[in-house]
Each structure stands twice: as structure tokens, then as C-alpha cells.
Design a protein around this ligand. Structure first.
Ligand code: AMP
Length: 278
């Protein structure tokens, strides 16, 4: 089946019930892996739909919405090579039609305190929930794949889908890394050689903290390794993998899955990374 490029919700009707991979474009091998995963898990006859939409409502005022990389021709080629059946490239008006109420969206409660990433980027997850709800309404998939690279986003989307009572299975896709360990990201292209070298300390810190005996000790290792690279992180913590609640002190009994999560500005780019801990 030749891949279709669709710009309206109406054009998506025949792909409903398929496997969906939402993206903001500027696709790299991490995105490609998600599309290939979608192709693998799609049942015979089920479509694989990739969306490419740079969502304005998840960017803060001082963030890089206008500078976000846009590489549509390469992206379409990439999707074709990975076996997508349909690439949905809507306009802003198609996703947010006038009068649809682009108001504040409810963020699911997945944490006992403000989400780490939301504290650094107020309103970010509200924007993410808003766009994913709209995209789910337009694409109407049976399953949707989200990367573990954005661990908090994956938990927020899982909780949102559950709270909304949607019958969409949220499937995680493993983080794809450069050969040196840097998690792939559309924004990595803005790193200078020196920034890139410093940025490697995120994955190094996450690997090194695995040897620690407690979450507190692991957080100490994260801060030390990042500090040695001259990086002051926005956060570098070990949390409950699902709820993102702090796992330190008496609350940690070693039985729950934990996740080490890090975010730091390195040169012009905010880098995010995470790994399983404990
Ligand atoms: P984005 O285009 O950055 O919004 O990302 C679209 C999807 O790709 C999200 O589900 C991301 O978590 C996922 N993704 C981004 N980078 C990677 C990566 N390096 N490995 C796996 N998935 C990724």
C-alpha cells in the first residue's frame, strides 16, 4: 500500500483502529524505531499512522516554537522507509478549530507533588495532554506508541488515557541512543561539539548511579557526575517509575520500580534522559 499524506481529520477515517505514533517531526532514528515498532505490532489490515505536528500549546513563551526544526520532506521519506501507511500533517487550524476551546486542559494526577518537568516548564504537560487528546480524537487509534525517552510524558499520557476512559493501549518504545550514549533528540543538532561532549555526562551519570545503595545516594552520584562536567541540572532525581513520587527515605522499600530522571540545560538545548534504577 502506497503511503498517504493526509492533512485533514476526514482523510484519516480509513486508518481508524490502527497503531499511532505522534511526533513533532524532525525525525531521527529514535522516531524511526517507534514507527518500525508500530509496523511490527500492527495486526494484518491495521494501519500505521504517524502524525507530524509542532504543537504550539506545549511551548512556553520563551521557548523555541518558531526555531523548532522542520524537515518535512526528509520526514516523509523516513516514514515511508519504516513502513508507515499514513502520515498526518495537520495545520494548526485543523487541530485547534476556532471555537473548539483551546482552554486549560486537565492534567492527570500522576504525582503527589508537581511533576518535575512541569515545574521547569509550567503548562507544558497541559499542552501535551491537550494535543494528544485532539490527535486521539482525530486518528482514533487502538494503540499509540510513546518513547521512554520522555519518561514523564509517557506516564502522564498513560494516566490521562486511563482517567479519560479511552480504550487506547499506550505502548512504550525504548530510548534510542547515539553510539556514544547520548539519547537521540531533534534538538541535538543545535549542540556545539563542546556541548555535545558535556551532554554525554547525562547518560554517564544515569549508568553510574545504578551502583548506589539507595535513591539518596544515587541522586548524589547523579549530581557529582553532572557537576564534574560543569552541569547544574534542573533536576537529577530517582523517583517511583509510575507516579514519579519521591522514592527516598522511609518511603523506599526496594520493591517498587524506580526511575532515575535528569534534565539539564547544556548550551542552547535542554537535554532530558532517564534510565531504570534499582
Ligand atoms: P517528539 O517529536 O520529540 O515529540 O517525539 C515524538 C515521540 O518520539 C515521543 O513519543 C518521544 O518520546 C519519542 N522519542 C523521541 N526521542 C526518542 C528516542 N531517542 N528514542 C525513542 N523515542 C524517542
Amino acid at each position: 500500500m502506497a503511503m498517504e499524506v493526509v492533512t485533514t481529520g476526514a482523510g484519516l477515517a480509513k486508518f481508524s483502529g490502527g497503531v499511532f505514533v505522534p511526533t513533532m517531526g524532525a525525525l531521527h532514528d529514535g522516531h524511526a524505531a517507534l514507527v518500525r515498532q508500530a509496523r511490527r505490532i500492527a495486526a494484518p489490515g491495521e494501519g500505521v499512522v504517524v502524525s507530524i505536528f509542532v504543537n504550539p500549546t506545549q511551548f512556553g513563551e520563551s521557548e523555541d516554537f518558531s526555531r523548532y526544526p522542520r524537515t518535512l520532506d526528509d520526514d516523509l521519506e523516513n516514514c515511508r522507509g519504516c513502513g508507515a501507511d499514513c502520515v498526518f500533517v495537520p495545520s494548526i487550524g485543523e487541530v485547534y478549530p476556532p471555537g473548539a476551546g483551546a482552554g486549560v486542559e486537565r492534567i492527570p494526577r500522576v504525582a503527589t507533588e508537581p511533576l518535575l518537568e512541569d515545574a521547569a516548564r509550567p503548562g507544558h504537560f497541559a499542552g501535551v495532554c491537550q494535543v494528544v487528546r485532539r490527535l486521539f480524537d482525530l486518528v482514533r487509534p487502538s494503540r499509540a506508541i510513546f518513547g521512554e525517552k520522555d519518561w514523564q510524558q509517557l506516564q502522564v499520557i498513560r494516566a490521562m488515557t486511563e482517567e479519560d476512559g479511552r480504550e487506547i493501549e499506550i505502548v512504550p518504545g525504548p530510548t534510542i541512543r547515539e553510539p556514544d550514549g547520548l539519547a537521540m533528540s531533534s534538538r541535538n543538532r543545535f549542540l556545539s561539539q563542546e556541548d555535545r561532549r558535556r551532554g554525554l555526562s547525562l547518560s554517564r551519570a544515569l549508568i553510574e548511579c545504578r551502583g548506589a545503595a539507595s535513591p539518596e545516594e544515587a541522586e548524589g552520584v547523579l549530581r557529582t557526575v553532572l557537576g564534574e562536567a560543569g552541569i547544574e541540572p534542573d533536576y537529577a532525581v530517582v523517583r517511583d517509575a509510575r507516579t514519579l513520587a519521591p522514592g527516598s527515605g522511609r518511603e523506599w522499600d526496594g520493591s517498587r520500580p524506580m526511575r532515575a530522571v535528569v534534565a539539564a540545560r547544556v548550551g542552547p538545548v535542554r537535554l532530558l534522559d532517564n534510565m531504570a534504577w534499582g
